[in-house]
Design a protein around this ligand. Structure first.
Ligand SMILES: NC(=O)c1ccc[n+]([C@@H]2O[C@H](COP(=O)([O-])OP(=O)(O)OC[C@H]3O[C@@H](n4cnc5c(N)ncnc54)[C@H](OP(=O)(O)O)[C@@H]3O)[C@@H](O)[C@H]2O)c1
Ligand SMILES: [Zn+2]
Length: 332
């Protein structure tokens, strides 16, 4: 089968290769990958910023496809089912798995990092990671659920976003941002998007502004109370400004640090304003099911699609200043 793989880290070492179709175990599913989403995590993995141990390594953490074959113990899935894949390997036995927090599994990790990923014609995953989707769901939406949508949804739920809560989404046109805006809208929030892209209004943002004007916009919209929740995973460049946008008893939620991982936290502000700084990562399988029930109400802004043989270019373009929506790899 065709795949992209690297033997040592570096974008220049990511090659279009022909490798054997992987074999399935009795509890596994062989998925014929149709479409894969490209996310910053894929770039970090290929660059070696998130170490991998299997070589040649096939990256790709977010993908959707069609069941090709199931192991002998797999009863709830069959050949030709359209599926998405929960992106975390988990054992189902540790304290966090028992709480339903599979993304925190003590012996788990991300598909495409601790296991071979989906930038390939076929990939093998445990059946407990595989979820059926309806025939009416586009592949672009399907391939946006496992990382982009799920991470945004979980972050909003951890922040208890609810009716009329003033919610700020920083980087609202990004992979996670465009879903954060849509889910926050469904949860009844009032949304201020911080974005260079005006189309985020069509995704449900009530106001769109840039970081420079954000303080005034949030102050005016909130009548001086400031925001209930700020979602900011852009890191060093924006953290201090985001902290200014949160009001009394507010929450700032972080699931990434795209522009750098260091920031100064003014402790006085944290306790005197009764703030919560909440870290999240991924989401649960239960939340993935909740998203599946909402799939026909979601949309995705697609920028470019590349073939598998152009994966390197797809990863590079993630950081293009012209980027305007998601980048996908069209595989089958
Ligand atoms: N822990 C997890 O489970 C998890 C899951 C997904 C993502 N993440 C992390 O969360 C962060 C965001 O991910 P994402 O996939 O949404 O990223 P993305 O698609 O690249 O979106 C980032 C957005 O931020 C805005 N932006 C403003 N300044 C920027 C700058 N200097 N560089 C890049 N973007 C800038 C842009 O939006 P505008 O044009 O609208 O301003 C851009 O679209 C990343 O660090 C990622 O690794 C973590
Ligand atoms: Zn576990």
């Amino acid at each position: 089968m065709n795949a992209v793989a690297f033997n040592e880290p570096g974008l220049e070492n990511l090659n279009f290769v022909n490798v054997p179709v992987p074999e399935i175990g009795s509890n596994d599913v062989l998925v014929r990958v149709v479409l894969a989403g490209i996310n910053p995590i894929d770039y970090f993995i290929v660059k070696g910023l998130r170490p991998v141990t299997i070589f040649p390594h096939i990256p790709g953490s977010e993908f959707a496809g069609i069941v090709e074959e199931v192991g002998e113990n797999v009863k709830n899935l069959k050949k030709s089912d359209r599926v998405i894949v929960y992106p975390r390997i988990f054992d189902g036995e540790c304290d966090f798995c028992l709480e339903g927090k599979e993304m925190l599994c003590r012996s788990g990790g991300l598909i495409g990092q601790v296991s071979q990923g989906g930038f390939a014609e076929y990939t093998v995953v445990p059946s407990k990671n595989v979820f059926k989707i309806g025939d009416n769901i586009s592949w672009e939406i399907a391939a946006s659920v496992p990382i982009a949508a799920l991470t945004a949804y979980h972050a909003l739920k951890e922040a208890n976003v609810g009716f009329n809560h003033l919610t700020v989404v920083v980087g609202a046109s990004g992979n996670t941002g465009m879903f954060a805006v849509q889910f926050a809208k469904m949860m009844g929030a009032k949304i201020i998007a911080i974005s260079r892209k005006n189309w985020v209004k069509d995704f449900g943002a009530d106001y769109v502004t840039d970081m420079e004007r954000a303080y005034d916009v949030v102050r005016n919209v909130s009548g001086g109370k400031m925001a209930d929740v700020v979602l900011d995973s852009l890191g060093s460049e924006t953290f201090a400004k985001s902290l200014e946008l949160v009001g009394l008893n507010g929450k700032i939620v972080i699931f990434g640090a795209l522009t750098g991982g260091e920031a100064t936290v003014p402790l006085f502000k944290v306790y005197s304003k009764h703030l919560s700084i909440v870290g999240t990562t991924g989401g649960t399988r239960k939340e993935m099911m909740e998203i599946i029930a909402k799939l026909d109400r979601l949309k995705v802004k697609v920028w470019k699609k590349f073939g598998l043989n152009e994966a390197r270019k797809g990863l590079e373009e993630l950081f293009s200043p012209q980027r305007d929506g998601r980048i996908f790899l069209e595989i089958n």
